[in-house]
Design a protein around this ligand. Sequence first.
Ligand SMILES: [Fe+2]
Ligand SMILES: [Fe+2]
Length: 308
Amino acid sequence: MAIQAEQPVHGSQVEEKKNVHPEETSELVSAKDRTFKAPESNAFGQSFRDYDIESERQKGVEEFYKLQHINQTYGFVKKMREHYKKLDKAEMSIWECCELLNEVVDDSDPDLDEPQIQHLLQTAEAIKKDYPNEDWLHLIALIHDLGKILHLPQFGELPQWAVVGDTFPVGCAFDEKNVHHKYFKENPDSKNPAYNTKEGVYSKGCGLDNVLMSWGHDDYMYMVAKENGTTLPSPGLFIIRYHSFYPLHKEGAYTHLMSEEDFENLKWLHIFNKYDLYSKSKVLVDVEKVKPYYQSLIDKYFPAKLKW
Ligand SMILES: [Fe+2]
Ligand SMILES: [Fe+2]
């Protein structure tokens, strides 16, 4: 089954000049979230093919963010969290989920006609080379996008705006550093005095753990890992949960909500992010060859079967 990409997404790098993140554009996200401005070449020195449809894609990105900014409200996020916390959709191993995500192939990205598992393994192998002793980081690379199964019918078939794209806190004012910030005006929370101040329902330094983030594949996978009793270290869980939080890790917004531990963890997220974005390659990883290593990491940090 190949799920067709509909619309561009990962676009913190598109519109307003101050928010342009050209270096991040190669993130392989999901079937539906990969129409971004491509950098000149990838980590392997290969040239990316040109798009003739750049402006079309930008329109699509903008349309995506409009929907996302209007619909991701505090109430919506609470509802999603409650619903998915039941973990009643499936029981499967981490590797089974990798294979499931593999069914998602993006036909819209000329540089990404490889299955998802290639992005995951390419990222993981690249990190492993530079950080050989941080085995947890290798595993994080493998699993960081598994939450994109939210696109699949058996996991609710959520629309793009509830799965991918940049994430941001809800329950407090939407920082201007969010891409396409203007569309937040149409979010009902913008008019709610409980939610539209700088700190909103939170307090200074409360820690991101106490902050509700817009709902998407990051928070879902974090929830799955946590609820299934993973033994991954704190920075690993932080990477899973906030890797799409571009307003923070790229733009430096929302730091007033962070705790000391968040600042420590953010250092690892910055490291991870470079690999996530630049590891697209035509050089395919031999899945069967590397599988035993990654399976050993899965066995170390996760139970054999997880509830999803
Ligand atoms: Fe992601
Ligand atoms: Fe990714």
